[in-house]
Design a protein around this ligand. Structure first.
Ligand SMILES: [Zn+2]
Length: 232
């Protein structure tokens, strides 16, 4: 593994300020990367120390009353310990989740991703996008789209750009893009308007999780023809 989330992403993750989709892909990388886990622990410690050194801010009586009222309300105790977004996904599991079967692909999906889609990749309802490329949506709150992608060995994904950014994490196999080679655990960030065309390694299927904050737009002669068929 050579490619990791940018520092800003890890800082935002440690601060708990990422939207659910981005939190999910970063947390999945952390499950595979001891280096970034240690970095997030360090950032959390720094954040905690800074908080302790901040002078106490005066709080109005009205705000204090409002907080106390919410704590007293039914279910108010959840205010004290909100579950991390990435860990409270059981309500949005797909129908395929929970089907626990021993398959060769069982270890491909680490937590927390496994809580979202289950562990049986073959049991998911994959949709063919173009020849050799399939995807399945991962339910997440917010505007960003989260997908699992499955690319057949050696297949080139049609060249495309994004109006927004795309984050990709390899879960199985690998792919080459822009002269770089991404393998399991590697994290790639593609900015808006970068025209790219990943090519899956020829020695096996490539499975990735991708987060896009705006729809893809295919480029190139075939890509333009296929644009109407892309599901946003
Ligand atoms: Zn890392």
């Amino acid at each position: 593994m050579q490619y990791h989330p940018a520092d800003e992403l890890l800082v935002a993750y440690a601060a708990g300020s990422l939207p659910e989709a981005m939190s999910l892909i970063v947390a999945t990388h952390l499950a595979l990367c001891p280096h970034c886990r240690a970095e997030v622990r360090r950032l959390e410690a720094v954040g905690g120390a800074l908080l302790e050194e901040m002078p106490a801010a005066p709080v109005s009586d009205a705000l204090l009353d409002a907080v106390m009222a919410r704590l007293d309300a039914p279910g108010g105790d959840t205010l004290l310990a909100p579950p991390p977004a990435a860990l409270r996904a059981t309500a949005t599991r797909s129908a395929a989740a929970g089907a626990i079967r021993r398959t060769a692909t069982a270890p491909v999906l680490p937590e927390p991703l496994r809580s979202y889609v289950g562990r049986d990749l073959g049991g998911l309802s994959w949709t063919r996008i173009v020849r050799g490329v399939e995807e399945v949506a991962v339910p997440c709150s917010g505007d960003a789209k989260v997908k699992l992608m499955r690319i057949r060995p050696g297949v080139a994904v049609p060249r495309h750009t994004h109006r927004g950014s795309e984050l990709t994490l390899v879960l199985q196999g690998g792919y080459r893009d822009g002269g770089l080679h991404y393998l399991r655990g590697d994290f790639a960030a593609t900015d808006a308007e970068v025209d790219h065309g990943p090519v899956a390694d020829s020695d096996g299927e490539c499975i990735c999780i991708a987060v896009t904050d705006a729809p893809l737009r295919l480029t190139g002669p075939f890509g333009r023809l296929l644009n109407p068929f892309i599901r946003s």
